[in-house]
Design a protein around this ligand. Structure first.
Ligand code: GDG
Length: 472
């Protein structure tokens, strides 16, 4: 007995909610990952998902939610601080995002990271059937493939990194660089958002671990072959389109415009409040356009949704203060009574409200300094069912590789961003339609289901190839 498919991710795909009777219940988390993986689980006869449920509750038993079999893996307070807030979000996150913030290296964080990765691997080893497939997700769990391979050499193991994988010059700084590379090499297939990331990985393996490599393949001394390749993640495009077309969302989008005072143009930003997302610089650029007299608050407003994130981490608290100071200053300098230049919301919203915001906004502004993909940009495009609206997108988001018809910007170049914002503001409807049509086609053809199934197909083929090699 056991499961033919095991998903291992830092978080379970559910959020804890308090029910009206005071008891704890669960609600499916928003976000595409679970929607993408569910069909894959179904074709594998169910499968099981291992993840941290949040909090330090030690007593949670495996449970089922919405037909998904979930196995909670609890963490102690020390593990949360060392593994999650520490090594994952204080070391790896800034390092993998081009040093946008300074990564901290602490040996005790690393020890917790190792411990937690080992526990995830042991749990997956317990739950997987003979020759089962295990799909491990993201930077919090890069050692799991290796530990799992040691415990269960029969498994086929896939790993997918949702964030960028940095060039050797940056990765090299990590005191534990070799261990992390060896951790990933436990997988048969290592997936990245972009081809450049896969190349970075293969190059580092050659340089730092000394294995032979050829193109996207790594040859291990024991005869195993590991493949590194790009699988750009996407969204449930049809789902967003249907949502955007629903009466409720159409009505809500109208109401939002009116609530904002029916300006000619609504600019929109929606991001986790994270220093990689470039929120501060984009608001500055917008403020300067008003100050320079290109438009005023009657013509244009900026709605910025900043979704609370990692609030226990010091750098995130500082960032929040900086952004909120800037918003206060811009509204004080540029706003009028009943007309703030920036409508700033530090909160998260249900999916319907997100879709209504996407529908209401004329210009979506996505300006990360570095982003694995950025799904918000793709969701905006999917919701533009009238083929209008403009996307201003950072060249340094993975999404820029596919959404070539966006106004692409370098987020470090404030003047360049101002020019792009202004061009989008002044663009003719025909131009907007031409660009949006092309982007919508791309998103429709490359949705999240295609992403998940191409990863699974490659994973199965990869193991098959190894097997033939051994037989030969
Ligand atoms: C990481 C990588 C990569 C946000 N606020 C609300 C809400 N969201 C949803 C969005 C979108 C998702 O969260 C955010 O995804 P992003 O891709 O924009 O950014 P990260 O959170 O940094 O994600 C990233 C991604 O993983 C996937 O591989 O693209 O590069 O950094 O789907 O819609 N959803 C709801 N309410 C909110 O308030 N319902």
């Amino acid at each position: 007995m056991g499961n033919d498919l095991v998903i291992v991710a830092n978080r379970l795909p559910v959020d804890r909610v308090t029910l009206p009777n005071g008891e704890t219940g669960w609600r499916r988390s928003p976000g595409g990952l679970v929607a993408a993986i569910e069909p894959v689980m179904r074709t594998h006869g169910g499968g099981v998902w291992i993840g941290w449920p949040g909090g330090t509750d030690q007593k949670l038993k495996p449970f089922e939610e919405d037909g998904l079999a979930l196995v909670p893996l609890s963490m102690t307070q020390d593990e949360i601080e060392g593994h999650y807030e520490g090594f994952a979000n204080g070391t790896l996150w800034p390092l993998y995002h081009d040093l946008v913030a300074k990564p901290e290296f602490h040996r005790e964080w690393w020890d917790e990271y190792v411990k937690v990765n080992r526990r995830f691997a042991e749990k997956a080893a317990d739950l997987a059937a003979k020759n089962a497939t295990v799909w491990v997700h993201d930077y919090q769990l890069q050692l799991v493939p290796q530990y799992l391979r040691e415990l269960r050499p029969d498994l086929r193991i896939g790993f997918y990194l949702h964030i960028p994988f940095p060039p050797a010059e940056l990765f090299q700084q990590l005191p534990w660089r070799r261990q992390l590379l060896e951790g990933l090499l436990g997988a048969d297939l290592v997936g990245f958002q972009l081809p450049g990331a896969a190349q970075n990985f293969v190059r580092l393996v050659r340089q730092r671990v000394g294995h032979k490599t050829h193109r996207d393949l790594v040859y291990l001394p024991d005869g195993r072959v590991v493949r590194a390749a790009a699988f750009p993640i996407s969204i449930d495009a049809a789902g967003f389109e249907d949502l955007a077309n629903s009466d409720q969302v159409v009505e809500r989008a109208k109401a939002l415009r009116e609530a904002l005072g029916s300006p000619r143009t609504i600019f929109l930003g929606i991001d986790r409040l994270d220093y990689t997302k470039g929120i501060y610089a984009r608001l500055r650029a917008f403020g300067e356009l008003i100050r320079d007299g290109h438009f005023d608050v009657e013509d244009a407003v900026f709605v910025q949704v900043a979704v609370p994130s990692r609030e226990q981490v010091e750098q995130y608290r500082l960032l929040r203060d900086e952004i909120e100071r800037l918003v206060g200053r811009l509204n004080g300098d540029l706003g009028r009574i009943g007309r703030p230049a920036i409508s700033y919301l530090h909160t998260s919203y249900p999916r319907e409200e997100m879709a209504a915001l996407y529908r209401a906004a004329d210009i979506m502004v996505v300006t990360p300094y570095r982003d694995g993909m950025n799904l918000v940009a793709k969701e905006y495009v999917a919701c533009r069912v009238e083929d209008d609206g403009a996307l201003v997108l950072s060249e340094f988001a993975g999404a820029a590789d596919e959404l070539r018809q966006a106004w692409l910007v370098n987020p470090y170049d404030i003047n360049g961003m101002k020019t792009a914002l202004l061009e989008a503001y002044q663009a003719e409807p025909k131009e907007l339609t031409r660009r949006m049509r092309a982007m919508r086609k791309q998103i429709r053809q490359h949705d999240v289901k295609a992403w998940a199934s191409s990863f699974m197909t490659e994973l199965e083929d990869q193991v098959h190839t190894d097997h033939q090699k051994v037989v030969r």
